[in-house]
Every structure is written in C-alpha cells, then in structure tokens.
Design a protein around this ligand. Structure first.
Ligand code: OGA
Ligand code: NI
Length: 376
C-alpha cells in the first residue's frame, strides 16, 4: 500500500505531468511514468547533439578505452554454416567458443532482406522523438518492453555509458508482441519474423555446441533456452570516444547472444591480454557465449569479456538476441562432463540466483568467478 503522503506526492506529480507534458496519455497512465519521464530526459540521443561530453560519462582512467584502433586482424573466426561437412562446422564452432567465446557466422539461413529491414526499423525506432519512445515502450505494466540508457542501473551507477537500449521479450511471440512498439509502423511486422528466424539460428548453434561438447544435442532445448530477449542498442556519435565507452567491459549474463552489427565498427573482445576488434561483415551475425554456457560446459567454453567503443562520426545501431534460461532453471555443469577426474568447477544455481550474483558482482569478473566457482 502507498502511504497517504506518497500518494499525495504521486498525485501532485501526476497533476504536473498532466498539465505540463503531453506525454500523459491513457496508455502511460498506469505505468511508472516518473521513471519513464526520467529515462526520456537522460537518453543520450535526446541531448547528444547539443553538448560536449558531460562529466558523468568520463570514465576513470583505467576504464577508458585506451587505444581506440585495435587490431581487427580477423582473429575472430568466421564460420560458414552453409557447408555440407557438419562435423567440420561443429569442430569450428567448438574451437572458436573455447578460444575466443566469439565467432561470426555466414550463410546462416536468415534472409538478408529481413536483416536489412530489421536494421532499418531499429534505426527508425531510435530516431523517434523521446515522447514517442516513451509511449511505445510503456504498453506492458509488467515491463516486458522497456527503454533505458547507459545500463539498467542508470540511477545508481558511478558513471554512465554512451548507449540507449530498447529491450523486449520475444518468446512466446503471441504473448509479447502486443507490447512491442507500433512506431515505426512496421516494427512488429518486421521484428516478429526477424526474432523467429534468429531464434531458429540460435537453436541450431546451441545444438552444434552441445555436439561439440559431447553432451545430448537437446541439452539446451527446454528450460536452458526458454527465454529470448531482444536488446536494440544505439550509440550516437560521441564528442570524445577516448574518454568513454558505449558498453563497459562485461560478460553476457545470458546463454548465447546472436548479434546483428551494423556496418559500423565498435565491438571489441578481450583475448590473450589484448582487445581485438570484431570486424563488421555484411550479413554476418556475431555469436558470443554468455557466462551460463561457461558454467554448463564446466569451463570448456569461454564467456568472453567484451566492450563497445564509440566513434565521433556516425551512429551505430546493433541488435542482440539473447537466448536465456528461464528463471527457475538450474544452471550447472552438464552431468555428462563430470566424473571423478573432472569435478564440477561451478556451483549449481537457478538462473534467477545466478543473475542476482551477476548483478551484485557488477562488472568485477574476479568477484563473480569467486562466488560461482567450487574451487576458489
Ligand atoms: C550486448 C553487447 C555489443 C554491441 O548487447 O551485450 O555486448 O556491439 N553488444 O552492441
Ligand atoms: Ni554483451
């Protein structure tokens, strides 16, 4: 229950909102309008054209990008899924997941015109007015679709990142599509089939990964891959890319991520003690292993650290489709990989508990490793 003083405060705010801001509509009435309004004000794309880099975006020296141009070096493997030698594909995916935790796939079966159309509507969404973005992401009281800036912890974080993100659930589609944006007008019509196709690709890759690990090919087919979330990132041109980042160093908390990069460079992976750039390849997807897969594979696969650098010339838009466990599903080393000489290196946790530990450790990967490991 709200106390009467809080209720009064809320009503006052509502009143102010009603008279002062046309954002107030029946659609937004029931939602946490206060946070929606605050987010809109802070979206990087709402103010970035008029200002130099605000102090709150300047990272401490040790967290800054350092060298902005790092070797692209084609180090991250590009795997052709169109080939007929399935054993070879499985081997390539396994080796890339082991060594880098990252690879790109081509000839993956997702139609290129669908990729183009999806990227267009993603860009159009981020080009909407702040008011439209607020309305279009406020349709679900349970917030299965929302917008944020920097990170979901904007209000409490010490510094901010140069990124706006639209996030929504995708599976089951019939349940969630009603809460997705209706502006741009083709959003649902294009993103529905897009997420369905990319999800299929994700399941194929998970099957290859389980075959590479030597566990049952359907190991990932139920609870471990039940949830899918789309995150549409937008990084406007930045006044000083040397002082900030689009996304700080992190490992993904989901199972795998199938990322559509635009043609603009920005993603870097930490490998062999150095940052390596992931080259944008037309119509490829970047695939990366999240932390839960490192656990399930008992440390055989790598949930690699990565980050996003900004640039001062062009906006960059990307879309991550995360395939995640459901909250009550146990994330633990696959039994088939454990025996007397291969003990479990990670504790068994529900995905919900894993996530709370992940969030509590913030981006301190050593601290996280310590709470999840059975040996440290
Ligand atoms: C992410 C991520 C990379 C990018 O969404 O977790 O790392 O290039 N995105 O936008
Ligand atoms: Ni990531």
């Amino acid at each position: 229950m709200l106390s009467s003083s809080t209720t009064c405060g809320l009503l006052k705010d509502l009143y102010k909102l009603f008279v002062a801001d046309t954002l107030f509509t029946p659609q937004t009435f029931l939602f946490p309008y206060r946070s929606v309004l605050q987010v809109m004000k802070h979206l990087v794309s709402s103010w970035c054209n008029d200002r130099s880099l605000p102090e709150s975006y300047i990272l401490p020296p040790e967290k800054r990008p350092g060298k902005l141009t790092v070797p692209l070096a084609n180090k991250i493997p590009v795997i052709d899924l169109g080939g007929h030698d399935q054993t070879d594909i499985i081997q390539q995916i396994f080796e890339a997941s082991q060594e880098f935790g990252f690879f790109q796939v081509i000839n993956h079966g997702v139609p290129s015109n669908l990729m183009d159309e999806a990227m267009s509507v993603f860009k159009e969404f981020h080009a909407l007015s702040a008011k439209d973005k607020a309305i279009e992401t406020s349709k679900d009281p349970n917030k299965s679709c929302f917008i944020y800036t920097s990170s979901p912890n904007y209000a409490t974080e010490k510094f901010h990142f140069w990124r706006d993100g639209l996030m929504h659930h995708c599976n089951p589609l019939e349940k969630y599509i009603q809460f997705w944006p209706e502006k741009p007008p083709r959003y649902r019509e294009v993103v529905g089939p897009y997420t369905t196709e990319v999800r299929k690709l994700g399941f194929r890759i998970l099957e290859f990964i389980s075959q590479g690990l030597g566990i049952s090919p359907d190991h990932f087919s139920s609870g471990l891959s039940e949830n899918q979330t789309l995150l549409v990132n937008h990084y406007p041109p930045c006044p000083d890319p040397s002082l900030t980042l689009g996304v700080g160093k992190h490992r993904d908390p989901g199972g795998i991520n199938i990322l559509l990069q635009s043609d603009v460079y920005g993603l870097q992976v930490f490998n062999d003690e150095e940052w390596v750039g992931v080259e944008p390849i037309p119509y490829a997807f970047v695939v990366n292993i999240g932390y839960p897969l490192q656990i399930i594979s008992n440390g055989k696969l790598k949930g690699a650290e990565h980050r996003v650098v900004t640039n001062s010339n062009v906006a960059r838009t990307t879309a991550s489709l995360f395939i995640n466990p459901s909250s009550e599903t146990l994330v633990e080393p696959a039994k088939a990989l454990i025996d007397a000489s291969n003990p479990a290196l990670y504790k068994s946790l529900t995905y919900k508990d894993f996530l709370s530990k992940y969030i509590a450790a913030s981006s301190d990967s050593k601290a996280l490793e310590e709470v999840l490991s059975t040996t440290l």
